[in-house]
Design a protein around this ligand. Sequence first.
Ligand code: CA
Length: 227
Amino acid sequence: MRILIAEDDEVLADGLCQAMTHSGYAVDCVKDGHAAKVILSGEQPFDLVILDVGLPKVDGFSVLRSLRESNRQVPVIILTARDAEGDRVKGLDLGADDYMIKPFSLPELEARVRALIRRGQCGVNPVYSCGMLTFDSVGRRAAINGTTLELTTREMSVLEALMLRTGWVVSKEQLLERLYSYAEEASSNAIEVYIHRLRKKIEPAGVTIRTIRGLGYVIDNMPAQSS
Ligand code: CA
């Protein structure tokens, strides 16, 4: 699950970014409306956008308008000031799915994020699979033949990153970005530890995580045993 946060208040943006990363989402953060438009018109699809209305360069309404005009249905939560009822009405009219009034509580925002992502998944299969291993990205549950795997939050994030790109290489840097906020000390040794633990846990599914030297990791079915 990828989330874009467009917010120019650095303290708020950092807090949001850390909270969402901690919840296991892959988070991109931009600080002005122009950057938001550029990243939203790129190839990387987002599952949700948290959009401040008062952004520099291009305001949040213009970002939202061009997003909807290009027929992108990604759920959007706008962030507005307390005394700006007109902004909320305008935002909803332009196609926002929900709004939060600043200052807001993080747990409430996170609950709304989960609700919108669930709604966005209606009719779409949010479960990724590789061999007998399945990963439910909304319920945040990995299972082998229906039996839930016991995973830590970080093991879950690593597995999700790999499962979203089954058969494709995910670099160590991508895994590090996903696992650690800027404030934390990122250790690439830690990634190796998570990969090692995951390999053992998913082995019964006939699935393995291969190391592609110099590039990263790829999750794939184990090659058939030659007899
Ligand atoms: Ca602002």
